[in-house]
Design a protein around this ligand. Structure first.
Ligand code: GLY
Length: 352
């Protein structure tokens, strides 16, 4: 697969990407390679990674616990301490090998350590391949509030090896699929139709097209002043729902994609009410999503807590919650305001 050129870094694919990584390491004369993993990627991905890498540099593996609940500053402290104790310096390279938690947190750790060391992202889940590892967003959660602490920082390279997908569960694949559906709805209806029909493009092609789209958007608006906001479709309500389930003691957590999928159904419905988005399309989106994800019953008594969490969305300005809504497929309207009544109605629509 052809290398995709992002603003300051290449996105290489599959086997030949390892040659590019080995060359990057040689060319830059890095002092030490720190590989950030969790217990799953250390067991299932690290052996493949290390056997493909050709280098004589010192390699140190730093392992953190998997899961969104560990995507916080405390984990960053542990990694910074480990790098320091292992003699990390400004010419160290941090390689993130994992899903969105690892790539987001690792990029943040690298960007702050000694005011910034180089990092390379190697996403191992579908979600991190099609979204998190590309585009320069790094960061961690603050309590249950998603990605509240972070900065924009680009990696030196992204290495996408789709073989790593064999190491993840179907639930994780579905989680990443939500982002592909989002690209389809907001940017490329053909992509949406491919998923709808569940035929045509294979997973590798879906990944490649998704990364192309993300890169095209980010190249035009790297700091999310405008166009990049379309990538937040479904995420305003989706993040609030994800946070609500994260902080709830008696409910199983939703994956990011499961929450965003609910958010996309609700925000499509809101779009029909506010912007005349065709109700046939809303139903089509709901149908596709319910064909992939089990229905989560949102309890009426939880609606107000979910709406309360919207107050912390990163896109808010002057206390106003900003939604990305749809006028049509591939036609988004940014910075829309939505009443509490309509938010409730949209969750009722999802439940119905
Ligand atoms: N995940 C949305 C973005 O990177 O802008």
């Amino acid at each position: 697969m052809k290398t995709i050129k992002a603003a300051t870094y290449p996105i290489h694919f599959n086997e030949e990407a390892y040659t590019n990584l080995s060359k990057l390491i040689d060319d830059n004369k890095y002092s030490t390679l720190f590989i950030l993993v969790d217990e799953n990627t250390f067991e299932h991905c690290y052996p493949k990674f290390i056997s493909n890498l050709s280098t004589t540099k010192r390699i140190e593996v730093i392992e953190i616990s998997s899961g969104e609940i560990h995507k916080n500053l405390e984990t960053c402290m542990g990694v910074w301490n480990a790098i320091t104790e292992l003699g990390g310096d400004r010419k160290s390279l941090l390689i993130t090998l994992g899903g969105g938690v690892i790539t987001d947190l690792g990029g943040f750790v690298a960007s702050c350590f000694k005011r910034g060391i180089d990092f390379v992202n190697i996403p191992t889940t579908l979600l991190s391949m099609v979204d998190a590892s590309v585009g320069g967003k790094t960061g961690v959660d603050l309590g249950v509030l998603k990605n509240q602490i972070g900065l924009f920082a680009n990696p030196e390279m992204v290495l996408v090896d789709t073989n790593y997908l064999a190491t993840v569960t179907q639930r994780e694949i579905n989680s990443g699929t939500a982002e592909i559906i989002k690209y389809g709805i907001t940017y490329d209806t053909n992509l949406f139709n491919q998923i709808k029909k569940d035929k045509g493009l294979g997973i590798t092609d879906l990944i490649y097209r998704s990364i192309e789209i993300k890169n095209e958007v980010v190249l035009q608006d790297p700091k999310e002043q405008n166009l990049r906001k379309i990538l937040n479709f479904g995420h305003t309500l989706g993040h609030a729902i994800e946070s609500f389930y994260l902080e709830s003691n008696d409910k199983e957590n939703l994956t990011h994609g499961e929450a965003i999928a609910i958010g996309m159904v609700c925000e499509s419905y809101i779009s029909s009410k506010l912007l005349g988005f065709n109700m046939l399309n809303v139903n089509e989106i709901k149908e596709v999503i319910l064909s992939i994800y089990d229905k989560t019953r949102l309890l009426k008594e939880d609606f107000s807590d979910i709406i309360e969490l919207l107050k912390h969305d990163k896109k808010n300005i002057n206390g106003q919650v900003n939604f990305v809504l749809l006028e049509a497929f591939e036609k988004c309207k940014l910075d829309c305001k939505v009443t509490e009544e309509l938010l409730i109605e949209s969750m009722d629509f999802y439940n119905a």
